[in-house]
Structure formats: C-alpha cells, structure tokens
Design a protein around this ligand. Sequence first.
Ligand code: BDP
Length: 695
Amino acid sequence: QKGYDLWLQYDEITDTQLQSDYLNKIQGIKILGNSPTLNVSAEEMQTAWKSFFGKELQKKNSGENILLLGQREQLPQKLQQNLKQDFENINSEGYIIKEVKFEGNNTILITGKSDIGVLYGSFRLLREMQLHNKLSNLAITDSPKIQKRVLNHWDNLDRTVERGYAGFSIWDWHLLPDLIKPEYTDYARANASIGINGTVLTNVNANSLVLTEEYIKKVKALAEVFRPYGIQVYLTARFSSPMESGGLETADPLNEEVRQWWKDKADQIYAEIPDFGGFLVKANSEGQPGPNNYGRSHVDGANMMAEAVAPHGGIVMWRAFVYSEHDPEDRAKQAYSEFVPFDGEFADNVLLQVKNGAIDFQPREPFHPLFGAMPDTPLMMEFQITQEYLGFATHLVFLPKLFEETLEEDTYVNGEKSTVAKIIDGTLSNKKLTGMAGVANIGNERNWTGHPFGQANWYGFGRLAWDPYLSSEEIAEEWLKMTFTNNEDFVEPMKEMMLESRETVVNYMTPLGLHHIMRTGHHYGPGPWVSNLSRPEWNPVYYHKADSAGIGFDRTSSGSNALEQYADPIAEKYSSPETTPEKYLLWFHHLPWDYEMDNGKSLWYNMASKYQEGVEEVEDMAENWNNMEQYVDEERFEKVSMLLQIQLKEAKWWRDACLLYFQEFSNMEMPEFIPEPAHTLEYYKNLKTPYAPGI
Ligand code: BDP
C-alpha cells in the first residue's frame, strides 16, 4: 500500500537486464543458525522478493549463487579467518556484505558479530536493490557510529500526542497487551531498516501510571514485538512517581526509601522486560517535578535513577531542557548555566539529552552552547522530527538539512573541526556512551506521518543517527527512490525541492535569525505581537525585541552576552554584526531598521525580501510538484498538491502578518515587490485557531 509501506515499497523491478542480473546473482537463500532476528531477516527477504520479482526466494542448502545469512559464530572457521579484517572493522551492530566462497561455491554473505548486524545487513542489501545498484564485487562493511538511536514519542496514555500532527498515538494502550496490531511490527521493521534501536514510548511530560504493574505488562507486549528487530523500549519516568504510585511522602532523591522505590521499580520492570532500555526524564521544566523541588540538584536526581537501572545495564537520558532562575534576561543561556557546573559528576550510565539549539526546535538556531562545554559528560543530541514550529504536518520541510547544519557546525572547543557530530559520536573526547534522539512525527494516520514527505524526516533522522556524517543530499535521493520511483526525471527535481525546502520555511517564517515568533500555545502561524503569556520567555516580543530603534536580540557583551558561552573563535566572530553570518544576524544583534547589509540595502528591505522569497519558493514547489503527476500514484499526488496549496496560503499569511507588524516599528515603506496584504494587521491579530492539534 503506497504511503503505509514507507520507504519499504520494494517496487517491482521492471528493467529486464537488472532483473536478470539480480536473479542470477541470488538464486536461493540459506540461513545459518536460528533466532527470531534471523527469522525476520529471512521474512523481509521474502517480502521484498515477492514484490520485486513476483516470486519467492527459494530456500537452498547448497549450490552456486546463494545468499547466506548468519553471524560470525555460525560461519565455518576458515571463512571467519578470511574475514578477520572485516570483522575488526565493524562493531557489535555492524555488518559485512561480501562475495565469498562457501563450500566451494560463489556466495553473497551477510554477516556481523550479532544477529542484529545480520538484520541491518539484510536491509542494506535490499536498499542497494531498491536503488537499482549493481550487485557485482560486493564488499560493504558498515557500523553505526552512535550507540543509542532512539525515537522519543510524546504520546500520552489517552492516545493524544503532544505536538503530534499525524492523528492519535499508535499505541493502543487500553487494548494492550491483548491486542497486538500489525502496525507494531511494521513500525519495528521500518525503524530497523534505518538502524533505529530504541523507542521511548511515552511523553516527556510524563504520567506515573505507566510505571504501574498493569502498564508494565502492556509495555512488555510491545517490547516482545520489537525485540527481534533490535529495538529496546524506554519509558519516561515522572520524578514524583514514588509519591503518586508508590504512596511515599516525598520524592527526594537523597531519601533512602525513595531510592529503594526506584530500585524496586527497576527490578520489577526488568523482571518482565530483561532488555528494557531505561528512563528518559524531564525534570524541573515546564511544571514537571524534579530534584530541585527538594533543594537537590539535577545530578542527585539523575544519579539516583541511574543507580536503579545500572545493575540491569539500563541508562538514564536526563534532559537539559530546563528553565532556571539563572539568566532571566536570556532563556538561551539557562541550560548552560544550570548544567556546566556539573560536568563530570553524572554517573557513567547517564546521557544528558540536549536539544540542537538553546531555545526550542526553531526553523533555524545556532548549535546549543552546551555542545563542547561539558567534555566530561556524554551529551546526546535531541532533534525534533515532528514539526512543532515548522508548520506541523502541513508544510513540506526536509529536516535532514537542518540536522546536518547542526551536526556540521564547528564548536572550536578543541581547535578547528571540533564539530557537533564529533561530540555526539564521542570521538572528540573519547566517550563510551553516545546517543541521538528524535521526537517522533508518527501517529495513527494511514501513512504514519500525515504529510507524505514527513516520512523523509523519520527516515533521515534514522540515517543520521546511524552515521552523523551522511549528507542530506544522499539521504533525500535514497528516500525518493525507495519511496516513489528511480526515474531521474522525478528524483532530480524533487531532490532539489527537498533540499531547498528548509531554507524556504526559514525565509517565510523567521528570516535573518528571528526566532520564536509563532502564535501562542500551539505554535502554528505567525504571532510576533504576543506579549501576554505568564512567563516572559514564552512571548515572541521577548525574542524579537522590535522597537522603533530596530530589531533583534542583543546577545553580545552589550546585551545578554550569551556569546560568552561559545568558544572564542565563535564568540569573537559573532560579536560584530559585520562578521556574523547573515542567517544568525538577529539572533545575536539588535540592529537599526536602516542598518546597511552586504547588498547595500537596509535591514528592513532585506527582511521583506526574505519573506517574499519564501512565498515565491513555495510557489515554485507547488509548480514543480504539478509536473510530477505522471510519476506518482494519484492518492499521494493529490494529497501533496493540496498540502502545498495550504503551505502557499500560509507562507503568505506569515509574510503579510509579520511585515505589517514589524512595519509599525520600522516606519519604513513596504518595498515595491511586496504585494498588497490581503488583510489588515488587526485581522491577523484576531485570528483564532482554537483546535490546532497537539497542544
Ligand atoms: C516544547 C514543547 C512542549 C514540550 C517541551 C519539551 O512546546 O510541548 O513539552 O518542548 O521539550 O518544544 O519538554
């Protein structure tokens, strides 16, 4: 089914040459060993074969040109010996795909140090075939560069999904553990195919109910479906659970009874789910309880939970997305101030989970200053796949471009080329524990993600968690071919469209370093005028600081000095607007409306032209898509067409509302290329979106 099958469409191979090449090269399959993971590897081969060629892949015991699946221990000694070098090059989840002699016959071997390696290798071979690559002289070795590659579901037990735009939660909590939906298996397949090896089932704004006996049984049922696919389950742990579900009077992390409660809880979970991954914790943030409630620190809290799961091999992912009393004048500085003093104090099985930027998943943010600032603490990247601030599941935005930009940024903490990617994969300071989390965009919509192109963001997240050095271009190309068609006349223009789509959304929402000017609560649509929220740092006016003198957040030494949280080369370069990259200009500087930019035009003029560019780019996207009708099935074609029209309407809404509002401060004329706005500023201010999802 188109859409539901994601990037695992396995479209029929119609090119007769290619088909006969493949069928000659692989004439049968043999599995060495026996395990649920090997079974699903073999099943996947069959599913693909039926779809590629309309027939089964015969099981064979011996002969020329068979596909051999088995991990190292199952291979004959001699073969193990021959592959010694290859095995040295992979880690425990890596794989080797190679043409070898087996019992004297030419054979394609997929092997690894574990069955999971074999499964990943199987998906890799199938990807090669989906991409129509030749299978000659095969010699591929690959391993994930990051250990914990996890989705974070912000799913509630009542099946609503915080910031979810693709329907309700796929977890049918009230019917678990008795009803096991086929979607659970397909979810696991899709994740395994891109190397995701963990899933946090529940919202960071946590409900302690999930830690009760009844719910642990439900979680266990999911863990059993996922296990053959190498996916561990994790849960969010509400800090006050010992009180809410344990009946204790406190949740103080230094209280002995509380500590014992967590240990007992961990024991209880691991008795049911021996490979349970551990806990994800949001503490002392946005109303969530935490150690600060008891005068204790984040280290006290994290280490208490870490101690409970450590005997079972579990980990704690402790989130750095906190609010603090430090630095009320600049929200961007708070997490750094709160956590840097604790560097080196967290237990070995704690990962500090840090969002890519210091504010909150904006269309563009400079990298979070915590990256590089805590050399003795393993930091885990948190990206948001769901498009909370980027037009929900309505706008086409290819996020790997955003992820790539962050991963490639140079922190300069150990001299040049100290990129964020090297901090995340542990190579910069030799970290043992590494991880990347993505806030899922998955729901119970038939196509999983709402927007058909939203699937590319799930796919791309997985690919980058496996290898943070991959290019977004390569990812886009793979995804397009696997999801739609290999036809170059489709792939090339669509790849270009995807790669530009991120800059487009930045242009029509928050150009030149503007940020957090979305509407209140749901964050859909423009709301730069909002100023009445209870916390000042939730208000757009706090972030753009527009006044008659200019616009932008002064984060240099004359302002909040957030720049001091970055290494010197960055702090120096960004301290002057002339040397600050244009894309971050208003992130770091408050500048006069008539500030002259590189092109000799004023800031106001440039801002207007970015908004206009954004709108025109969406027009182009819609037009390009319209030329693709012949390559795409009707359902997906129509859906994307309609969504692009909404995106166009909303890009105009963004442009008109923001420019009309900012013009009140700039007092400058609207450049001639901006069409007459459809409505007045009052109209935009009064627009209501009462039932936007995911609030
Ligand atoms: C913000 C979301 C909020 C989340 C919070 C978080 O608006 O729904 O709970 O982040 O990450 O982006 O904890």
